[in-house]
Structures are given as structure tokens and as C-alpha cells.
Design a protein. Structure first.
Length: 174
């Protein structure tokens, strides 16, 4: 196995996704229900998801990038644009709605802190708390909880988010 010291060094396996990830690809939006072409990523994500993808709460939600804007160079270097719809003219590829999901604002903060990721368990996507002993509350509330059904969120971005989170926790081992 190759030693990959960081997320920046990791190359996305476009043509060799693990089977566990390909078996849980969320469905696409029907062609008769397109996302708004104009407006912001937040508006497009809200129109598609309506509620938090974890809790199903409607109030206090925000869009969360799966591959964060801070990793735009990695996104470009790895050709991740191939999974975008680019329905909003003039937006950066990393700002595509397929690279975002709606989260309650407190969960978005925890998400940005890399305290959880999404992993496939069979054909279901569940929350995985990355340091379960550091937060018993998070573990009790969310570990192994199934996501609300996702639509038009690309599994490749979910896998990249998982890798981004795991690499952050592996720096002590490399």
C-alpha cells in the first residue's frame, strides 16, 4: 500500500471506488424538478433538501460543502468537477449543489471540526463519530444514525468528505 501523509496528497480513486460506496449512491433529482439555476448554493441546497439531512429539522439549517472550499485546489487537481451539474452559471465547481447538503447549524459547526463523517453500512449511509470517546453526547445522539434520504448528492463527494475527515485524525500516526 502507498503511504499517503495527508488529504492534499491523496488521489481520488475515480475508476476504483470501494464497492461499499458505489452501492449507496443517492438517487438523482427527476428531470422535471431541477434546482434553481440562479441564486446561491444555499438557496439551491435548501430547495433540494428542505431539512437537515441528519435530524430532519427545518429551522436553523445551513448548507455544508462536502469537499470544503478550503480544499478547492485538491478539488481541481483531482478533477472532481466531473461530478458537478454546474447548473448555476458563474459558480465555482466546488460550489455545486451535489457537493453540499443541508445541516442544522450546530451540526455544520461540528462537521467543519471533522468530528463526524458519513459511511456506508450496507446500502444505507450513517453518521460515524470520529472520536467517540471525546464526546459521549455526540456518540449517543448520532453515531450509526442513518441519514435522511439524500437526493442528488454525489457519493464521490461523500467519500472525499470521509477521507478529508479521516486524514485529519491520522496526522498523529504518520
Amino acid at each position: 500500500y502507498a503511504i499517503v501523509p495527508s488529504f492534499a496528497h491523496w488521489r481520488f480513486p475515480h475508476d476504483d471506488l470501494p464497492l461499499s460506496w458505489t452501492s449507496c449512491e443517492p438517487p438523482k433529482l427527476p428531470h422535471d424538478q431541477p434546482l434553481p439555476r440562479l441564486g446561491t448554493l444555499a438557496e439551491a441546497t435548501l430547495a433540494r433538501d428542505i431539512s437537515c439531512c441528519i435530524t430532519n429539522h427545518i429551522k436553523g439549517t445551513e448548507h455544508a460543502h462536502l469537499v470544503p472550499r478550503s480544499e478547492e485546489s485538491w478539488f481541481s487537481d483531482n478533477g472532481m468537477f466531473r461530478y458537478t451539474n454546474q447548473q448555476r452559471p458563474g459558480s465555482a465547481p466546488v460550489d455545486d449543489a451535489q457537493n453540499a447538503m443541508l445541516l442544522r447549524s450546530d451540526l455544520h459547526t461540528i462537521f467543519d471540526q471533522k468530528r463526524f463523517a458519513v459511511v456506508p453500512k450496507g446500502a444505507v449511509l450513517v453518521i460515524h463519530i470520529t472520536a467517540p470517546r471525546s464526546s459521549l453526547e455526540l456518540t449517543r445522539l448520532y453515531h450509526n444514525v442513518s441519514l435522511q434520504p439524500l437526493v442528488s448528492v454525489t457519493v464521490q463527494y461523500l467519500l472525499a468528505w470521509f477521507a478529508w475527515t479521516i486524514f485529519a485524525h491520522s496526522v498523529n500516526f504518520v
